[in-house]
Design a protein around this ligand. Structure first.
Ligand code: ZN
Length: 430
């Protein structure tokens, strides 16, 4: 049994001045506790939250006697989490500052400090007693409430001072049982499409990632250059525009839709999903125009990993097992004969058997074979390149043609199409 956790953010309605003032006082006290605790933790190299609490509880209680005592607990947790992640960044050389500065604060609440009050209200314990806050539920919130998730006992709130609202971070949890898979769905993530193989049928989701990823990269760069020149590197204006760009990008985000469909099919059939371990796709044709090799690598890896991660996340939610195989040469070798495939473009010819392969379909079959010849289960497969191709149906050209799903088609779908309906787009593709 695994526990899956998701954060859902809602906003309160506009609060009365008197209530909001109380919350500001609460935040001030909480912030100064966290600041002191962070300083103390770093200076004394304290590793655990329990130790920190043991050392500082009484002092904090005497400093803030009117505050409910559990705020000391959550402030200790908050502080030790901040210190841990700061030290991790510092080890990797990624910390922006030499010292840890507490800038943004959200108030951590445990089950003694807040209670749900019906489905659209919460109560929060403050230094002046309990206050009730109502929030504006949205579609996503209701979906979690109505589909077997339960609210965790911890939550966070942040003050939106401009609009006099609270931003509430709920955590929803669900226990998920991972099943024993009855089969596999191999997934091959490429620069411009995602290929999957379901019961011998290959499907190709066209993603158009190539243009999207590069386009956003250049737009971001342009904005940076323009605003840095006018307002300096740290301007608010730039941040604001960048944020908008990010939001728009998120809306266009297709990876969640792909993940939904693939995981949905896997769950329905009780199959495991097989992905390639990372490391492939380094020098990629699509990004050749970008001269800086490192940059090219980073951009591509990010989008590639993004799709994998979306699949992994969704899979966790549904208890769909995910396996990983060695990505080497998955598209270069014939799944049947184990020899080379000679490619002209997306399709190529097996040098031994002479059969025609679509590159991404060959990759899918190879991923599947590697999963099958692993330890029979769905742990990561340690095998090399000598796979037994006997499960691959012997080729007629038709067998190895994927069913192409143009972006406009599949982004509106929730499942895979029947083969009959898809043959047209298949022909179109070729
Ligand atoms: Zn062959």
């Amino acid at each position: 049994m695994k526990q899956v956790r998701r954060t859902v953010i809602v906003r309160s309605s506009r609060l009365p001045k008197s209530i909001f003032k109380m919350l500001i006082e609460l935040e001030d006290a909480y912030r100064s506790m966290v600041e002191q605790l962070v300083l103390y933790t770093v200076r004394n190299k304290i590793k655990s939250f329990i130790k920190l609490k043991a050392l500082k509880y009484h002092e904090m209680r005497s400093l803030y006697p009117q505050l409910p005592s559990h705020y000391v607990y959550t402030a200790c947790q908050d502080a030790s989490t901040r210190v841990k992640s700061f030290l991790r960044l510092k080890r990797k050389g990624l910390a922006k500052k030499e010292y840890l500065v507490v800038r943004k604060v959200s108030i951590w609440l445990d089950d003694h400090l807040w209670k749900p009050n019906g489905l659209t209200w919460i109560r929060i314990a403050t230094h002046k007693g309990w206050i009730a806050v109502d929030f504006e539920p949205h579609k996503q919130y209701w979906r979690y409430v109505n589909s077997g998730w339960r609210l965790a006992s911890e939550a966070r709130v942040k003050l939106d001072k401009k609009n006099r609202r609270l931003i509430i971070y709920f955590t929803f949890v669900r226990d998920v049982e991972e099943y024993e898979p009855r089969g596999f769905i191999p997934v091959d993530v490429n620069e411009d499409n995602v290929a999957v193989l379901v019961d011998g049928k290959a499907y190709l989701f066209e993603t158009g990632q190539r243009k999207l990823v590069l386009g956003y990269h250049y737009r971001r760069k342009k904005i940076q250059e323009k605003y840095d020149k006018i307002y300096g590197v740290k301007s608010r204006m730039k941040r604001k525009i960048m944020r908008k760009l990010k939001e728009r990008r998120k809306k266009l985000d297709i990876k969640h839709k792909i993940a939904n469909i693939i995981v949905g099919v896997a769950h329905e059939k009780q199959y495991a999903i097989v992905l390639e371990k990372l490391g492939k796709h380094v020098a990629n044709g699509m990004l050749r125009r970008i001269r800086d090799r490192q940059l090219r690598h980073r951009i591509y890896q990010a989008s590639f990993r993004g799709i994998q991660r979306a699949i992994e996340e969704k899979a966790k939610e549904y208890g769909v097992p995910v396996a990983y195989v060695d990505p080497r040469n998955t598209s270069k070798l014939c799944p049947i004969h184990g020899c080379k495939i000679k490619y002209n473009s997306r399709t190529g010819k097996c040098v031994e058997g002479g059969e025609i392969w679509h590159r991404d379909v060959a990759a899918c079959w190879n991923i599947l074979l590697r999963a099958l010849s692993g330890d029979g289960g769905y742990a990561s497969s340690p095998i090399g390149l000598d796979v037994d191709g006997s499960p691959v149906p012997l080729p007629s050209t038709a067998t190895h043609d994927p069913i192409a799903l143009p972006k406009g088609l599949w982004t509106r779908r929730k499942s895979l199409p029947q083969k009959q309906n898809a043959t047209i787009s298949n022909k179109m593709k070729r």
